[in-house]
Design a protein around this ligand. Structure first.
Ligand SMILES: [Zn+2]
Ligand SMILES: [Zn+2]
Length: 421
């Protein structure tokens, strides 16, 4: 068995791992790096590919995948929510970056026609190969999966993006493995640090929101459409925030998908109840109206790179009574990072110092250093720990933990080929 790293293991983004065994090939994830133009993984001839696996609906894992279906079809393994969410994300990606993309929406629909929907903890055989696949809940976003690949007597685990902690929306990752692995390919986004305690984080978030509302201000929460928007809604309601909550854009579509995939979320009833009370905004007329009210607005995009949040911030940033609450990772070079570090709103053709209050709350859907350590310490056998999906400090952090636990480690770079003997 051979493993080739087609993506970029040295960053958070552009995930793509090729597994070759007995002359057959499968790829796990085929994502993009969200630069402008987006960066694609190393190409691979689709005709030589026996299956594609997509672990979850984030563009850094699926953004390049329709390209593999432009001229050819092969089975696509993924969960039902991943397929339904991918449709929304790919459409939006084409809208925002279509000019740079080597595929069109029709290629996505062709890809979707090849889908084999999978459940957790069941075994699947890839036709005309020796590959056996199994999926385990990754706890990261609804429908996210870790993948166990078996072939030629070797067994590897690809964690993809992992959350070992329970959230309001989801149960933690399923990390009870019965078998030993020869290799574990693990993410390392937060390998260098621990998250703040969840209960404290929620408490101070809701307190600050209430302060702004009591002062008659408007709260804007720019949030990722998938999982984070719903999580924020649940945190507010479960911690007794009773005021008006507005949700906008893609977050609405995503919530509807999640409510149709009940078994992938922890408490469909709580989400249904909370969503039922939300003011749903889809039109410009309504947007212009809600910015004048004292309420909480949850709107994508989470890093202010587009979406309705851009409109809202342009209307809200000049008033010191308002609050802008960033609730997720802000990548370097994004308007969210600029706001966080310099207090400057830089969206569309607007630049200005914010007078509104700004807050940062580290709600994360990735596990942290302690979570990764706990994960590794439960593994049996002697797998080589292959560290991907992290900046340098994250990867070195996981290397340190893994070596303390007595594992061999491997930090691949783009294009590396690992050959089992
Ligand atoms: Zn992800
Ligand atoms: Zn990722």
């Amino acid at each position: 068995m051979k493993i080739k790293f087609l993506g970029s293991p040295e960053v958070v983004g552009r995930a793509a791992v090729l597994v070759n065994s007995g002359g057959k090939n499968i790829i796990m994830d085929y994502g993009v790096e969200m630069t402008r133009p987006p960066k694609f993984p190393i190409s691979f001839p689709p005709k030589d590919l026996n299956a594609l696996i997509l672990t979850h609906a984030h563009l850094d894992h699926i953004g390049a995948s329709p390209y593999l279906y432009v001229s050819w079809g092969m089975p696509l393994y993924l969960t039902k929510p991943t397929l339904e969410l991918a449709d929304v994300l790919i459409k939006d990606f084409i809208k925002l970056s279509g000019e740079y993309l080597p595929y069109e929406y029709i290629d996505y629909t062709y890809m979707a026609q090849n889908a084999e929907l999978v459940d957790y903890r069941k075994e699947y055989s890839v036709p005309s190969t020796d590959f056996k696949l199994e999926f385990r809940d990754a706890g990261h976003i609804p429908g996210s999966a870790q993948v166990i690949v078996t072939s030629e007597g070797k067994r590897i685990l690809y964690t993809s993006d992992l959350n070992t902690y329970e959230t309001r929306l989801q149960k933690p990752a399923d990390i009870n493995f019965e078998d030993e692995f020869d290799m574990v390919i693990i993410e390392s986004t937060y390998g260098y640090k621990d998250h703040p305690k969840r209960a404290n984080l929620e408490k101070s978030f809701v307190e600050k929101v209430k302060e702004v509302i009591e002062d008659k201000g408007t709260v804007l929460v720019p949030a990722f459409a998938v999982a984070r928007s719903q999580e924020i809604l649940l945190v507010l309601r479960s911690r007794g925030f009773d005021g008006k909550i507005v949700m906008d854009g893609m977050a609405l579509e995503v919530t509807e998908i999640l409510l149709r995939n009940r078994q992938y979320i922890k408490s469909p009833r709580s989400l249904k109840r909370a969503f039922g009370r939300v003011k749903k905004v889809r039109r410009w007329k309504e947007r212009k109206k809600v910015v004048k009210e004292s309420c909480v607005i949850i709107a994508p995009a989470g890093m202010l790179g587009g979406g309705a949040a851009v409109f809202y911030i342009s209307k809200l940033y000049k008033n010191p009574k308002n609050g802008i609450f960033l609730v997720g990772y802000q990548a370097p070079g994004t308007p969210g990072r600029t706001l966080l570090e310099e207090g400057v709103v830089q969206v569309a053709d607007l630049t200005g110092k914010t007078k509104a209050k700004k807050y940062y709350f580290e709600f994360s859907s990735h596990t942290d250093r302690s979570g990764l350590k706990n994960f590794l310490s439960q593994l049996s056998g002697d797998p080589i720990i292959t560290i991907v999906h992290g900046e340098e400090e994250g990867r070195l952090g996981v290397k340190e933990i893994a070596e303390e636990l007595g594992f061999k480690t491997y930090l691949p770079v783009t294009g590396d080929l690992y050959v089992f003997d």
